[in-house]
Design a protein around this ligand. Sequence first.
Ligand code: BEZ
Length: 419
Amino acid sequence: MSRRVGGKKRTRSLRLTRRGLLTAALGGAAVLAGGGAGGRGGIGRPFGIPAVLAASTASVKIGVLLPYSKVYQQLGEDITSGMTLYFESAGWKAGGRTLTVIKEDEDIDPQVALRKARKLIEGNNVDLLAGLVSSASALAIRDLVHNSKTLLVIANAGANAVTRARRSPYIFRISFSNWQTAFPIGGWFYENVARSCVVGGSDYAAGREDISAFKESYLASQGRILGEVYPPLNNTDYAPYIAQMQRLRPEAVFVFFAGSDAVRFVGQAAQYGLLKEARLVGPGFLVEEDVLPAQGKNALGTYSCLHWALTLQKPENLAFTRAYRDRWKREATVYAMQGYDAARVIVEALNTAGGDTVNKTGLIEAMASVKFASPRGAVAFDPDTHNVIQTVYLRQVRQVKDALHNVVFHDLGVFRDPG
Ligand code: BEZ
């Protein structure tokens, strides 16, 4: 740099020069680093560039923590595909900077998730974290994220506390709180399905919180709970739990299961006769598009509530589902949609903040102001909790042309977590 150049100009000139070098180092291309469990990527701070300057010119490193194994593997893959689709549409750029993704496997063990989050934050120096499927992981990494002042965009995990008692200015959730996926249906269930029922779900934060939220509105409508059954997460044999439900002779069961647990529960509920004796209802994960092909006719007619459906007739959803089908040669799922929206939140916040990831207050303000017409309908962050405010729909599994899909038949209204 020449001393003859004025201070302001000199900085600009230096920046441009360094950016040119960095772009050359990246081969001038947008980068998707990592590539599955344990994947590594991103770039360091080359050529001895001062930290502040490097932070404003180097790529934005986004740590993506999602399950790429076990019960929620497909959910992690779908969120990743949704995110990739949106980042591609933005040319892997936001706020004038290239975006780089570093992926890690969340697993289903919250201690593994915590270790991976620490590796991304302290080892890879990521600028932002995104992802998380399991409520247990979200609860496990909350303090690390808060204390390290790392912005986190949750793309699934619904643990109520992370936007309630344990909320943090650094945590934004674009997916849902567990309360939002079960409370809305309780009154409708009482009026239209059964006056008494058995409830249950995977025995961890998400299963417990969904059932508690359902009971809140169902009991307020004078519904009666006959019993509660909680098999472990990542379970294979549901026979004893289904027998326990059958002994209570319910007209209906309301259950939380997702991923391969949902496939196995529904298959075994059919095998042991529960589906002939009782109506099956639950939060939409139970019969979502990721599990429906494996569940087949056993899922036909099942009612559920969720904040999205493949068949939702909105222009944004038609565009998203078409683009997703074209890109990945399969149907979108709620998880893919959440990944797509999580990526959009990151891109729009970075655009508003001019790519500045060092000024955390500015980036938080930029993120809090993000709102848009999502494939699911209008979304915005609750300014008090940073949890998404959104519409919840009633859906039923129906035959649509030559396949089974969830069809929306009622809009339950806009829900904001009580916080
Ligand atoms: C959760 O753990 O929060 C969760 C996992 C799968 C689907 C929905 C919620």
